[in-house]
Design a protein around this ligand. Sequence first.
Ligand SMILES: *[C@@H]1O[C@H](CO)[C@@H](O)[C@H](O)[C@H]1NC(C)=O
Ligand SMILES: *[C@@H]1O[C@H](CO)[C@@H](O)[C@H](O)[C@H]1NC(C)=O
Ligand SMILES: *[C@@H]1O[C@H](CO)[C@@H](O)[C@H](O)[C@H]1NC(C)=O
Length: 980
Amino acid sequence: MASYRYRYVMLLFLLFLAIPATVGKRSDAKILLQTRTRLSDPAGRLRDWTASTSPCNWTGVACDPRSGAVASVDLSFFDLAGGFPSGFCRIPTLRHLSLSWNDLGGGLPAAEFALCSGLEVLNLTYNFFVGGLPEFSGEFPRLRLLDLSGNNFSGSIPPSFGRFPALRLLSLYGNLISGRIPTFLANLTELTEFKLGYNPFRPGALPPDIGNLTKLEVLWLSLANLAGEIPDSIGNLANLRTLDVSNNGLAGRIPVSIGRLRSVEKIELWRNQLSGELPESLGNLTSLLEFDASQNNLTGKLPEGLAGLHLTSLALNDNRMEGEIPAVLAQNPSLVELKLFNNRYSGELPPELGRYSNLQHFDVSGNQLAGKLPPDLCSRGMLETLVAFGNRLSGELPESYGDCRTLDYVRIQNNELSGKVPDLFWSLPKIYHLELRGNKLEGSLPRNISCAKNLTQIIISGNKFSGQIPQEICALMELRTINAGNNQFSGDLPLCIADLTKLEVLDLQQNNLSGEIPAGGWTELADINLSMNRFSGEIPRSLGDLPVLTYLDLSGNQLSGEIPPELTNLKLNHLNLSGNDLSGKIPDGFDTSFFPPSLAGNPNLCSSSGLKPFRKCPPSKQKALRRAAVAVLLTAAVVFPATAVLLATVCYRFIRTGKKNPGRLWKLTSFARVGFDESEIFECLTEENLIGSGGSGRVYKVSLKSGQTVAVKRLWTGPDGPNSDQEFRAEVETLGRVRHANIVKLLFCCSAEECRVLVFEYMENGNLAETLHGNKRDQPLDWERRAKIALGAARGLAYLHHDCVPAVIHRDVKPSNILLDAEFEAHVGDFGLARALGRETEGHCVMSNVAGSCGYIAPEYAYTLKINEKSDVYSFGVVLLELVTGKRALDPSFEEQKDIVQWVIDAMSPKRAIEVSDMDYEFLIDPRLRPFTSSDYKEMVRVLNVALSCTSAFPMNRPSMRRVVELLGDRRDMNSVVQV
Ligand SMILES: *[C@@H]1O[C@H](CO)[C@@H](O)[C@H](O)[C@H]1NC(C)=O
Ligand SMILES: *[C@@H]1O[C@H](CO)[C@@H](O)[C@H](O)[C@H]1NC(C)=O
Ligand SMILES: *[C@@H]1O[C@H](CO)[C@@H](O)[C@H](O)[C@H]1NC(C)=O
């Protein structure tokens, strides 16, 4: 009976539910379709949203299986644009709204959010939302997960963020949030994940109340400008699994209470200013797997307790720790990665290291370790990196290392290792970097070295290796560097070495090698040093054809014959042919006062110009010959465009303008075919030709007799420009090897003690700063030109980042460094701060001081001094904003403390979307561009969107320059306006 009544009641209840459910479904469909009209859907992902089917069947919509009501809208990764579609929140049953990874923009006004108070999950990551974080007015009793990371939200965290009773996950990382980390967040006692990293917060302490969040499992506050000490209360987070406060300014000791984090698996404290000793209590953290406290000021010993945990990864590099490495570390069955480099550890390495765990990465370089290398490092057959350079390790290289077929990176230079290197060690199949220099190793290179197919760098100089260099080395087609100087190698150098087409450095100085000098099809070879050997025969003429050779040292051999005049084709920074048996006439290009030291010790050379100390050549028809030679060269240059890019290194005694000090040496390097000489240029460096004056020097416009006009930049050394020597070298080194239509071309440079001069192509339309912000009203930049400049500069930067090896980071991208030629094509210039990314820095380098220009510096760079190419992307984004808005990066019209990025973001925040269709953003556009067509407006908005993604606070969120070219280029390709 009871059960019957129960069923009856249930039936009535279900009927009652079913009626509003179908009604609800119909109106849900209507709301969804209406809201969709606010979105732009270029990829057609919402194609199946049609009134004829049920919303539950639509892409991205999910319904409650029981009630059939719409419960979830997940449109992540759909390439949607428009503003925040708050209309979805009108569906009363909606619990889950995910719109991540779209191109949604604009601000999030509180009023729109009020509708969403029924949500459990709100995920808006990786869009282009700007303005302040939304105020969540009213109650959001169900909200469990709030993810707003990877946008451009700014301002401080509103107090309503402290009032979510059910919030378990709060993620705001990668925005532009400023202000301090508010203490009221400690009210969110249900939180399990708290991610606020990668925001430019004002320096402030980690709120001590954080200890109240006892359910917290993930605390991620990397790069959040934390200062002060880690609060003791951190120890209350008994459920914490991940603690990441890396990349901040935390100081003081690591609190002992950290030992109470019983559940913690991962602790990241790296790059702070923590000091003192590591607390013994770390030894209590039996769940801990990864511990990284590198790059702090820690002192004292590595605690036994910590060493005895079953960590997979232990990183304590770059501290000031000392003492012995505890033997118990070797007993750890889990250890995969051990990074202890750059400390003051001493004593011996635990001999059993590697025996009990699958060790893959081992780096103890830069300590004071002595004794032997542990023989079992690779006994599990997993070791990939073996780095132990800069210690006092001695004894032999263990025989077992020869079986380590996983090993790919070895740097054990500058130790006291001795004895024979195991034969098999030379033939490891994966090894690409092998650096053994500065030890006392001996033996010869075995023939099976040909099996080391991946070898790119073999650096074994300064040992006692001997015997012949085997022919088999020529099988190593990936080789870029052979550095085997200062050994006892003997016999003929295999001529097939010339087949190593990727070779960049060949340094075999100070051995006993004999035979002829090889030469061949090297296209990348930049350095040859074969000095102090017993090479004989003639210098091969084909050395003069090597396109990038800059260093040639063949001194101290037994070379004979004439100096091939072809060598004067090279743009050498260093030439030494002294101490040989060369004879005949010194080629004209070398017959100048700069060269005698490079040619000395060849008693049979003669000089046509009477250069001391050589004897004078018998007179001849030199001039005619010289003209013929020039004609041949020019023809060659025209016929082979590759050689056109080049060319002579010549040095003259500078007499005509250097009257003050006629003895001064000028070093001249020419990078392109030029129809002038240096004297013509110096005569023209006068006040009337001055066209600009900047931090590092002055720029002159010089019209040459040939009709060519060039720009001459004169840098001063001494008190006026303390860095200019470095900048000069940076600029010459970078520009000397960069060729691209959108990079300014360096034609010529010369330097002497007090003065350095760079000669560039002249750019008729000056630089973008003058043209955009200056008083030149005669040629205003219309939108067509601005778009072309944006694309050209993007192409130049993309070339530097993606096509140069190693990549070049410009570091000072700004309008005054974007030069405009007669056609308003952009040329990126001024490489005074450029850096090549070193191969070993793995994509970033840490700079020693802040460089770059205010208003253009990426936020992470200003406080981490860490740059990668994404810092250029940020600066380029600022340039794009200037192109669209016509404002300067730090325009006087902005309020204090505001730059253009902040200004645009704030200006847009009260509005909704950056929608292509409405004209809401007209007020942002440079008034000088008026009137504009709606298609131009569309593009301006598109460029604004690209600019905002370039200026994202989160480097990972910024597109690569290659992607920027695509984003900017779309339209150009459509309208086929491009000239490449
Ligand atoms: C949803 O799709 C399924 C299969 O694709 C179909 O059988 C069903 O009738 C559809 N339902 C509605 C209400 O359109
Ligand atoms: C938000 O959505 C993105 C994309 O689907 C996902 O990667 C991310 O984990 C989500 N956030 C949370 C907190 O679940
Ligand atoms: C946080 O909680 C405290 C104590 O319950 C309360 O006084 C305070 O108003 C709360 N703060 C916010 C911002 O809700």
